[in-house]
Design a binder for this molecule. Sequence first.
Ligand code: MOS
Length: 750
Amino acid sequence: MTQQAPHRYLGKARKLVDGVEKVTGRARYAGDVSLPGMLHGKLALSLFAHARITRIDTAAALKIPGVVAVLTADDLPTRNRQPSSRQTTTLAREVVRYRGEPVALVLATSLAAAEDGVAALQIDYEPLPAPVTAEAALDPAAPVIWPQGAPKADTDLTAAHAAVARGEEQSDHVASNIHEQKRFSRGDALAALATAEVVVAGTYRTAIVHQGYLEPHAVVADIEPIRKHITLYTSTQGQFGVRDEVARLLGLRTSQVTVVPMTVGGGFGAKYGILDPLAAAAALAVGRPVRIVLDRSEDFLTTTPSPASTITIKLGATREGVLTAIVAEMVIDNGVYPFTLGGIMSTLLGGYYRCPNVQIDVVEVLTHKPQAGAYRAPGAPQVTFALESSIDELARRLELDPLELRLRNAATTGDPMGNNDPWPSMGLRQVLEAAANHPLWRERTPGSGVGLAIGGWPCGMSPAAAVCRVDTDGIVRVHVGSVDISGVNSSFVLVAAEILGVPPEQVEIVAGDTRSGPFAGPSGGSQITYSVAGAVAAAAQEARRQLLEVAADMLEARIDDLDLRDGAIHVRGLPGRTLPIGEVARRAQEQQGGPGPIVGEGRTAPAENAPGFVAHIVQVTVDNETGRVQPLRYVAIQDVGFPLNPLMVEGQIHGGAVQGIGWGLHEALRYDENGELLTASLMDYTLPRAADVPSIETVLVTNPAPNGPFGARGVGEPPITAGAAALANAIRDATGARIYELPMRDEVVW
Ligand code: MOS
């Protein structure tokens, strides 16, 4: 589908289709939905990181005017009562395992009454010991969170839960807090390291980082009691996954659940449906609509941030700068339930460079904290911080330009860890060449505080379908089932406009719910442009074929002589022989009867992913007195394949770069030794502010993805991957000091 011809609309900056609605406050978010008879839900959260619940007394709460019900674990459908590693909120049963774990849900006619109800609940706890950090949890003397093994995603009544019910979880250390320990390898890395001419080693630590979206989790569940049909208005990255999970947990058929995706105020991996099953269960329990909107503190306490990691890494190389060995050990802090990132982190660590000998040992640890979860390129900032800092150190040892070292070893294509997940057509080399030519890199002088790092992400692929209708009013309506969290709808507009020769103003996106929309995967994994825009292109091609067929008949011309432009069909060489597409649609409708004017259907099922690579260059100054790091210039180079809408692509890169600066210099969820969260508000959780971010220059490399629409690749995740490492390397250049810990705040750098 790669097209070399000059484009009329594609590749030209276009404002986001919902931009005006968003900035004028007209966009409707889940929390804006209000239904007759709706109840407000407020969660009672555990005050302890680990404790037995000895009593829940709801009597006082139920006396408060407006309080209608108090739900505890016993009121939930069986499957939703169990601990689950599925990242959905449930209510604790007998034992709480992290500070902030929901224990009860108060439902009331107003939010104020619900809050009063929570305050009036009497919940008694008997505190239990709680290893809060991975280090503490790995201590052989530490109590084991799940003595019978951590709960699995798909079991109904897990062994773990049964053990908890029998009060066995404190018995003795029959298991450990390591829920998975795995080795990923190719070649013989230990032997290669032992004989390497040059070795560098270091241990790198990263903090727990929250996704930092603006809109907290929010959902309104409506119930049609007679049919037992649930409708969820929710802030989600993908309505189909939410529907399936809610149906599974509540024991309903998927046809009994409709999920309506609302405008999303940021997701970054956290909005796959954390609250939805609980809201649905609550609505089912009371037979009334229920709204749950988390406040900022609740969101920080109960949702699923990116895990902390400790990565020890050793690189071996020849004196000429050929990597011969990568040996690493990663400890990943999963929180209370497994969230296994070791596989993808190993793929990244072994995938960027063409090194024949790699050995990575992954230890996934459970701790008394909220479950870790996905955050934009999950695991990649952690890996790149360790790997790209080490590559920088290796370049210094070799007295080699760090970019030259990367060029000598950059992978070009392959199957990084031999796990049958190939990375075709990697643009890493092109990205590095663009970096080499950039003045910020080329003209730097030693010690001027310039650092570089690479990053990348495989970019996903889900099957997707789209429908493209040409209506009798001449409007092209593109129906999709994806959620627009990143501006993708504006790209779909341009794809349809280009193929149909219709001005973008004449194209509308109709985003469906789970009943009305064609299927699409979730807006995550940098896959929507790659897969859904491909389906839109196929649908538009089919609509175009139908248009030309009907028009050829009307214009008494051969299809080959027809041209589609400016919303009309023209006979080439015969000015005036022209039909607006709406008229063609009308004729098609008359011929076929029914509502069907022109309807094209398109599908994609990409067979291979389309990895996107970046090189970020940053210049910093470091204050000698305070250790404060100020980024001065930031250049983000990225292989985007082809920018369908450059404005949106650049917006994604800017956002990713800012979040990379957050990883590098600012962000950390901090817990005290009792598991109390110390950063449960935006006053304490420091996100980068405008003054912390320099202007960001983007450089787009266009190395087409063979199966991408017009060569496009996913662009959402790659730009967050390299920032922290680039900053660390810039600080090293400015100060001579290597920083091994994120975030690199003043006190760490000083
Ligand atoms: Mo994402 S972390 O692929 O939403």
